[in-house]
Design a protein around this ligand. Structure first.
Ligand code: GLV
Length: 301
């Protein structure tokens, strides 16, 4: 049997993945070009942003491993047989990278480093008040692997951190948003969380609080975010993800004085550590065990 890699990535990154996967699974045949293997021999697909339709015509496909933690795009691809088990990427190195981004954003917001950066461009010497970390309430929305690592590491920095997931219920969310200075989004993107951050949600948030979106662009209604910033309801947004990526060069977010844009790098999938995670799941499959971190399609993640 053979493993097919389908990754819509720049050539050098694609080659790195192929090399790391082959090193992690020396006993497996791994191809990145479908014409190099008999379609019937392919039983596993390892995918990163696969173009829609790229997994059709594989009659013996029995497992799909995502190289991305978020599987929203894969679940929207109706050419993928929903009966084939699909696993999310769960990699401790990625969780830590995500926590580093969250720590940077929270420190920058709390200590006003983003404002000082802007002040420097204007040669403006202005000292702002300093709160203690324990006086800053941080809400982490999404309590999966990444959300919990982020919450733990922010707590270790001394912040007042509270986690929330949809299981905690909407009444709890309203109370948390009303008292949080910083809201970090790490929820999966599903039908239920699409445009979760809209006008009504921003209105529930504490006045002059900040949004850090490390989930998906689809979680945020862009126009409502711009309005909440214009109204002063939100003080700042730090965004790593967007509806359309790369973010168009004429998008209002780029030049906005109160938006910090990152090019979807909050937690890069590391080819070395993630290949080990793939190898472990493939080994489980070959041993007749269920792969880990399978997606529950009814839940949407
Ligand atoms: C990146 O956004 C991922 O889902 O891994």
């Amino acid at each position: 049997m053979a493993i097919l890699l389908v990754a819509d990535l720049p050539a050098d990154e694609h080659d790195l993945w192929l090399r790391c996967l082959r090193e992690a699974m020396p006993g497996e045949t791994i191809v990145a070009d479908r014409s190099l293997a008999d379609a019937a021999a392919i039983d596993v697909a390892v995918v990163a942003k696969p173009p829609p339709g790229s997994l059709t015509g594989l009659p013996n496909l029995r497992f799909i491993q995502s190289l991305w933690a978020g599987v929203d795009r894969l679940l929207q691809d109706h050419s993928i047989d929903p009966a084939v088990p699909l696993a999310r990427m769960v990699d401790p190195a990625m969780n830590i990278a995500m926590a580093e981004t969250a720590q940077w954003a929270v420190l920058g917001l709390h200590r006003r480093f983003f404002d000082y950066q802007a002040q420097q461009r204007e040669a403006r010497w202005l000292q702002h008040d300093q709160l203690r970390a324990d006086e800053v309430q941080v809400a982490v929305l999404g309590q999966g692997q990444m959300g919990s690592t982020v919450a733990d590491r922010l707590r270790a920095l001394g912040y007042a951190v509270e986690g929330w997931s949809r299981r905690s219920g909407m009444p709890a969310l309203a109370g948390l948003l009303a008292r949080s200075d910083i809201v970090i989004n790490l929820m999966p993107l599903t039908g239920e969380t699409h445009h979760f951050f809209n006008r009504d949600r921003f209105a529930q948030m504490k006045r002059r609080s900040a949004l850090v979106n490390l989930g998906r662009g689809g979680h945020v209604a862009d126009g409502d975010l711009l309005q909440a910033l214009a109204d002063g309801q939100l003080s700042r947004a730090v965004l790593d993800v967007f509806h359309v990526e790369p973010l168009a060069s004429d998008h209002a977010f780029w030049a906005h004085p109160h938006i910090t844009v990152l090019p979807h790098i909050a937690a890069w999938t590391d080819a070395r550590s993630a290949s080990a995670a793939v190898a472990s799941n493939v080994a489980r499959l070959r041993a007749g065990l269920a792969p880990e971190h399978l997606v529950d399609r009814s839940r949407g993640y």
